[in-house]
Design a protein around this ligand. Sequence first.
Ligand code: PLP
Length: 344
Amino acid sequence: MAFDDGFVDFRSDTVTRPTGEMRRAMAEAVVGDDVFRNDPTVNRLQEEAAAVLGFEAALFVPSGVMANQLSVMAQTRPGDEVICDPLAHVRNIERGASSAFSGIAYRPVGSEAGFISAAHIDGVMELAGRFQPRVRLVCWENSHNFSGGRVVPVEVMREGFAAADAHQLSKHVDGARIFNAAVALGVEAAELVAGADTVSFCFSKGLGAPVGSAVVGAADMIEEIRYLRARMGGGMRQVGILAAAASIALRDRERLAEDHELARYLASELADRQVDLVDPESVETNIVNIRAAAIARPWPQLADDFESAGIGVYPPFDARFRVVTHRDVDRADVDRLVDIVTRT
Ligand SMILES: Cc1ncc(COP(=O)(O)O)c(C=O)c1O
């Protein structure tokens, strides 16, 4: 199910385009000035987001990066350290924002699939003392993008939260794809993040809204984050236009199961043709990592084939191709991708 222009885009779930229903809701949205808190559509969305994740309050922000960075900023002081996993988006992919804006350093621990255990946190805190930087915050990511959309189970999250509490550390969850994780685990997202201080999530990835993310937390935390959002120039005005689409995206979150099913189909088709291309067991949500070294042809040749077929795939990164399924691709598109990848 290519886009209207025929392009089939596997680069990310961020490429999804708003549905007809979203576009109509955007056109008809009742709006006001959200910096004055007068946009009823934004206010409604924020109430819905807080309720779905089991928190007191929520704030609509322009992007997942801003949601993460405001959460870090609100819970640290310059010179602090923040614990995260080695491949965390907040540390690796956000253009050094936490160093630039919050003046913090990251302390990577845990597994490459985003598991941060009590032992990892205790290990860092054992070394903390009078001479080391103060450790103030732990950031989890769930689902975990760069491990291939792996999911961190409820018990692992709870164990980590308890360890953070024992050391009086704040807890942030980068839940850009928290609903992918919840759907894959068959639990409510609220259960997965219960006990966190802040959770960020995106309306604009697999959920399909054109723009927007949210941060949820206690009311006073969200007040602080609202203040910081204004400082960073993130206050938006008649933004109910975007919130209207985000609300539909949030309502339809269970649809993500279809993207996961398609990712499993992709992995099993690849593995059936060539067993070393992918580990189907590792495909838990909508991301499939394909081993670059197992592909017979080099990237420039593959890139030409993808381009002439009108298929978008990112070049390999760290020895793998990350392919993402979403609402705007289907089985026929996956079959075409598999044909190109397995050509000799
Ligand atoms: C785990 C994770 N966190 C945060 C972000 C940032 O979201 P955005 O691109 O909306 O700023 C992404 C984007 O891909 C992500 O994968």
